[in-house]
Design a protein around this ligand. Structure first.
Ligand SMILES: [Zn+2]
Length: 249
């Protein structure tokens, strides 16, 4: 029963993420006006707006003009519902799970926006950080460790960024990436966050090799997000790794 509620919460939040994904890069309000078709401008009725179900029922077309609706929206909703389920499995049904879940879903929206537009809206980025901080503090019960992790990682990567800029005369990490790194620190603590960042760099490297792109201008936030997921859901595995191989002197 609780799992079902978690899935439905994820689904509804996924529907809101779609609004964020469409409107935030255009600097539009996410609350007003209500959703309308981007082709014909007709306001959507409530039964056009039910997550996933409307898309299937309308066969991916606008109910008024028949314009195709992008597959991205039902995918975002389905993935959000899955996150609802996995967050519940990992963190239970609690306030900390709610805050951590919202933070993760906001990072997910940020990844989609970064992929689509190569933009990183600060409003979503800082919201993810704040929800991550509150969720992390509630879950781990250690205010200093969580806040310290976020600040230490942000500080370290800001230094790294300046060093790289002055040495290589190239942009390495964006400011947006650094806030995401701070959020990862808040969600899993700085030690596990280093694994997340290592994994994200590994994934990005693999994709760069596959695409064999010469320029390094690939969006990095989706990779940070992907690297964070195993660390968030299998924290004890990475903890054991740390204990057994890294801190054994
Ligand atoms: Zn339409």
């Amino acid at each position: 029963m609780l799992a079902l509620i978690a899935i439905l919460l994820g689904l509804c939040f996924g529907s809101f993420l779609n609004v964020l994904i469409i409107r935030t890069p255009m600097d539009k309000s996410v609350i007003f006006p209500p959703s309308s078709c981007m082709s014909c401008g007709n306001k959507l009725r409530f039964y056009h707006n039910i997550p996933l179900i409307s898309y299937i029922f309308l066969r991916g077309k606008c109910g008024f003009c028949g314009a195709r609706i992008s597959m991205i929206y039902p995918i975002v909703e389905a993935v959000s519902a899955l996150f609802g389920f996995f967050i519940y499995l990992r963190f239970g049904f609690s306030f900390s799970a709610l805050f951590i879940g919202i933070s993760i879903l906001l990072l997910f929206a940020l990844s989609v926006i970064d992929l689509k537009t190569k933009e990183v809206p600060d409003s979503i980025n800082f919201s993810a950080l704040i929800f991550g901080l509150i969720g992390g503090i509630l879950y781990y019960g250690d205010f200093l460790y969580i806040v310290g992790s976020a600040f230490a990682l942000a500080g370290f990567f800001t230094l790294l960024r300046f060093a790289f800029q002055s040495l290589a005369k190239k942009e390495a990490l964006g400011e947006g990436d650094i806030i995401v790194v701070a959020t990862i620190g808040a969600l899993v603590g700085w030690k596990i966050a280093l694994f997340a960042i290592f994994l994200s760099a590994l994934f990005a490297l693999i994709i760069l090799l596959i695409l064999s792109k010469k320029d390094y201008k690939i969006p990095y936030i989706p990779f940070l997000f992907l690297g964070t997921l195993p660390c968030l859901f299998f924290t004890s595995f990475f903890n054991n790794l740390l204990m057994n191989y890294f801190f054994q002197v």
